[in-house]
Design a protein around this ligand. Structure first.
Ligand SMILES: [Zn+2]
Length: 154
């Protein structure tokens, strides 16, 4: 499937403030969230290319919030992208994402980076934390993609 032609953007469903909150290592908790259009919206709706794995990670979190499956697939390494990805936020039992905190961003070389983050969500009336260290690679096309991650408890 060609994500560029298959996608229909409906700006009415877009938030004003970016769901990712502009999360970055050492970010102050009180900082004002960036505008969606100037943050992850550039990548999800306007086809800009994230310059860093951190920008890509934030935009993927936002894509989960918005249920943008096509964007998640297009930013996932083909070797690890699951066939049965279902991110519809309106689905029964779907997680409701509450916020993102980024602990660490390390670019190891031109093509490898890791981002450690905590994403909070609620499902079935209970609150959870997803604490993951994600691996990203950059392809010959200059685009960062998510490969996989290690989930730690707590
Ligand atoms: Zn954002």
């Amino acid at each position: 499937m060609n994500a560029e032609t298959a996608r229909v953007v409906s700006p009415a469903t877009r938030p004003t403030d970016c769901p990712c909150g502009g999360a970055a290592p050492n970010q102050k908790a009180v900082s004002k969230p960036p505008r969606y259009a100037q943050c992850c919206g550039r990548f999800i709706d306007a086809a800009a290319i994230p310059a860093t794995a951190l920008e890509l990670m934030r935009s993927r979190y936002t894509a989960y919030v918005l249920g943008e499956e096509a964007y998640l697939r297009s930013t996932w390494a083909s070797e690890t992208c699951p066939a049965d990805l279902d991110v519809d936020p309106a689905a029964e039992g779907a997680p409701r994402w509450l916020g993102l905190a980024v602990k660490r961003h390390e670019q190891r070389d031109d093509a490898h980076a890791i981002v450690e983050f905590v994403a909070r969500y609620k499902t079935g009336g209970r609150a959870f934390r997803l604490h993951e260290t994600s691996r990203f690679t950059r392809g010959d096309d200059g685009r960062w993609r998510y490969v996989d991650g290690d989930v730690s408890s707590g």
